[in-house]
Write a protein that binds this ligand. Structure first.
Ligand code: PLP
Length: 225
């Protein structure tokens, strides 16, 4: 299957999932995750009408995206992978949204770099809903305090929350937990759901789904590291 066929299949699955739970497809932003795929694979997907893309590494994005964005200025680029504070300046220049804000140092660096650049990015706080030791994100019990710190101390307009449920778990309870934390913090955005579980995420209220392999095909593990 080509990536354009993959895109159309994912779009129709989004429409079905939305119809099943009474949501409008326009409420769900598809973030097409193009990590590891070269510009030649991405261009046809842009030409087929996809506007929002996700990458997980700053350096790979810097290599791939400036030329694509020059040719397609309407495209939005989202960082969905971890950010080091020493790359905050570059991230603010490259991306329109960051889904992985999870510690004060990053919040402070983004606030400073957005002010310096005069740019406002959409920011999502990543929550480690499964409390996995190796995974990024604030713990669920620390989320309220961290969101408040982002707002009050750093003056950030948080757009929403993001999670990556543990691979072995049924994802629905994680999506429900994220939605609950968002609701009590008055946050509208919910970045949750990937190729295997985006329909479940939509049923739990996802506003942003991050879908890679269902569009672009299988990634080789070596390139993904
Ligand atoms: C790679 C990645 C995705 C996309 O995963 P697929 O299973 O290929 O859809 C989504 N979110 C994050 C954070 C990722 O790193």
């Amino acid at each position: 299957m080509s990536s354009v066929e993959g895109l159309h299949e994912v779009r129709s699955a989004i429409a079905t999932a939305c119809r099943d739970c009474g949501r409008a497809p326009g409420e769900v932003t598809l973030v097409a995750v193009s990590k590891t795929f070269p510009a030649d694979d991405i261009a046809p997907v842009i030409e087929a009408g996809q506007r929002v893309f996700g990458e997980n590494r700053v350096q790979e994005s810097r290599d791939k995206w400036p030329a694509l964005r020059a040719a397609h200025p309407e495209v939005e680029l989202h960082l969905i992978g971890p950010l080091q504070s020493n790359k905050a300046r570059e991230a603010v220049a490259l991306f329109d949204a960051i889904h992985t804000v999870d510690r004060p140092r990053i919040a402070a660096a983004l606030a400073e770099e957005m002010a310096r650049a005069g740019r406002t990015l959409q920011l999502f706080v990543q929550v480690n809903t499964g409390a996995e030791p190796q995974k990024a994100g604030v713990l669920p019990e620390a989320a309220d305090a961290f969101i408040a710190e982002c707002r009050d101390r750093y003056g950030l307009a948080v757009a929403g929350l993001m999670c990556i449920p543990p691979a072995a778990d049924v994802p629905d309870p994680h999506f429900a937990l994220l939605a609950k934390i968002a609701a009590r913090n008055d946050l509208k955005g919910l970045s949750m759901g990937m190729s295997a579980d985006f329909a479940a995420a939509i049923r739990q209220g996802a506003t942003h789904i991050r879908v890679g392999s269902a569009i672009f095909g299988h990634r080789s593990k070596t390139k993904e590291a």
